[in-house]
Design a protein around this ligand. Structure first.
Ligand code: HEM
Ligand code: HEM
Length: 178
């Protein structure tokens, strides 16, 4: 594979598209009603499921694309910073694949049919009423906030490179550059 210096256009489009959807998804999570026994998956809850399952599919495409096409090497810098950046990238990939799956498991255990993007019915990942599925709802919430922290660290790193180091880190992920 040829040496890459910038993220390719597909990787950049997926990075910023998923970023926008994740922002929308957290906003929906905060305005949707609390879920109790007997709550129906309508209104904002349906939107949460539709957007969340779309994020899952885009993350799968993104992982596949990255495995097929690779990514540029991290720019030179202190080893601890490179390790931390790499670790946060792995956490974000794994986390945003796992998080929607946990939500899906919880939704199945509530007896709901999960629709991809509100359109395509997906199979149940847990039996209706399964207590482990109920617990996964709690794990889903906690993981969502852990990932919000990871995004904070990731953005702090990106801004550090852009403002203090003034290197190419942010530019090579920015949309539009060849
Ligand atoms: C990246 C995608 C997702 C993010 C960032 C996310 C985020 C969140 C957050 C922050 C909450 C907690 C809301 C609160 O504090 O009151 C929540 C709850 C919930 N989400 Fe998601 N979610 C995602 C995907 C999904 C998917 C795909 C589903 C279902 C297919 C889902 C189903 C649920 C359910 C059922 C709850 C309530 C859990 C409970 O109270 O037991 N989520 N989500
Ligand atoms: C939902 C929010 C975000 C997620 C899940 C996320 C995830 C990731 C991941 C997994 C990578 C590794 C590269 C790859 O895709 O293979 C990456 C790279 C990058 N991200 Fe994000 N990101 C988010 C938001 C942001 C924001 C808001 C910024 C800027 C302020 C940003 C700036 C960057 C930069 C500059 C890189 C390239 C780093 C390098 O050159 O090594 N990201 N992001």
């Amino acid at each position: 594979m040829e040496q890459q210096t910038v993220y390719n256009p597909v990787a950049r489009a997926l990075h910023w598209g998923i970023f926008a959807l994740v922002g929308i998804e957290f906003a929906i999570a905060w305005i949707m009603p609390d879920m109790r026994r007997g709550t129906l998956p309508t209104g904002w809850i349906a939107w949460h499921i539709g957007v969340g399952t779309s994020i899952l599919v885009l993350m799968l495409l993104r992982l596949l694309w990255r495995l097929l096409r690779g990514a540029p090497e991290l720019l030179p810098g202190p080893v601890w910073q490179q390790r931390l950046a790499g670790l946060v990238h792995v956490l974000l990939y794994a986390g945003f694949l796992l998080l929607p799956l946990l939500g899906w498991i919880n939704a199945s255990s509530r007896g709901w049919t999960v629709h991809l993007a509100g359109l395509v019915a997906l199979p149940a990942l847990a039996a209706s009423g399964a207590s482990w599925g109920h617990w996964m709802g709690g794990v889903h919430q906690v993981l969502a906030y852990v990932l919000l922290g990871a995004i904070g660290l990731h953005v702090a790193g990106a801004l550090y490179h852009a403002v203090i180091e003034r290197d190419d880190t942010l530019r090579r992920m920015w949309p539009g550059r060849r």
